[in-house]
Design a binder for this molecule. Structure first.
Ligand SMILES: [Fe+2]
Length: 231
């Protein structure tokens, strides 16, 4: 669905229920071509492409695939987009290295990207793609090279699995780090100006009040985890 001008949000059917088969949300930004963030799983890819076409988007225009992190429920379908449409695939430098290290842990039931698929790397800072300006922030905590992506034109922040509506992302997994999680969430909270947040799973956070309320909920959870000695 179109969330606002030039921003399309494809929510995963599972929402915040992590008990079943996981697939991430996908976000598409429209510039002179398309920038797609987190394509999800191969199983769900045909449905995603159908939903894009129904919205009037041409998947052949996917110029850039930007991954918030390397977990298969976000990344697995990325090589298919490179094969089908010649899309360029980007991970943060830290996350690309982590992918090689974590493959056995996370990809046992998923298709591991073939060595022939080349992931390009991006670092913290500005990135201009498809005539759109994005600001990339390294926000480890859920994954060592996790990226949050800010799209200033729409005051939209995309956080991957760093946090969701009402909850921080998983930290008790390989590559998770409680202290990094705390610092990354605090950094994003202090950014200011963000009016919408799209997370890797769960519904959209669509106004400033909701953004503020959500950080309150996250810090209540962090405080409880600190009290319990987890962070
Ligand atoms: Fe994840």
């Amino acid at each position: 669905m179109q969330l606002m001008a030039g921003v399309y949000f494809y929510s995963s059917p599972g929402g915040l229920d992590f008990s079943g088969e996981l697939c991430s949300n996908t976000i598409v930004l429209q510039g002179n071509k398309l920038v797609l963030i987190d394509p999800g799983t191969r199983l769900r890819l045909p449905e995603l492409l159908d939903r894009m076409v129904a919205d009037g988007l041409d998947p052949a225009d996917i110029e850039i695939v930007l991954l918030t992190h390397s977990h298969p429920d976000h990344l697995e379908a990325a090589p298919d987009l490179a094969d089908k449409f010649g899309s360029r695939l980007f991970l943060s430098r830290i996350e690309r290295d982590f992918l090689a290290e974590s493959a056995d842990v996370f990809f046992s039931h998923h298709a591991y990207p073939q060595p022939r698929i080349k992931f390009e790397v991006c670092d913290e800072g500005s990135l201009i793609v498809s005539a759109l300006e994005l600001k990339l922030l390294l926000t480890p905590g859920h994954s060592p090279g996790g990226l949050s992506i800010y799209f200033p034109q729409s005051k939209l922040l995309m956080t991957g699995d760093l946090f969701f509506p009402g909850a921080i992302g998983a930290i008790n997994i390989f590559g998770g780090n409680p202290l990094d999680m705390y610092k990354s969430v605090a950094r994003l909270r202090d950014m200011g100006g963000v009016e919408k947040v799209l997370c890797g799973h769960g519904p959209a956070i669509i106004d400033r009040d909701m953004v503020i309320q959500n950080y309150r909920a996250l810090f209540a959870e962090i405080a409880a985890k600190k009290a319990a000695g987890i962070i």
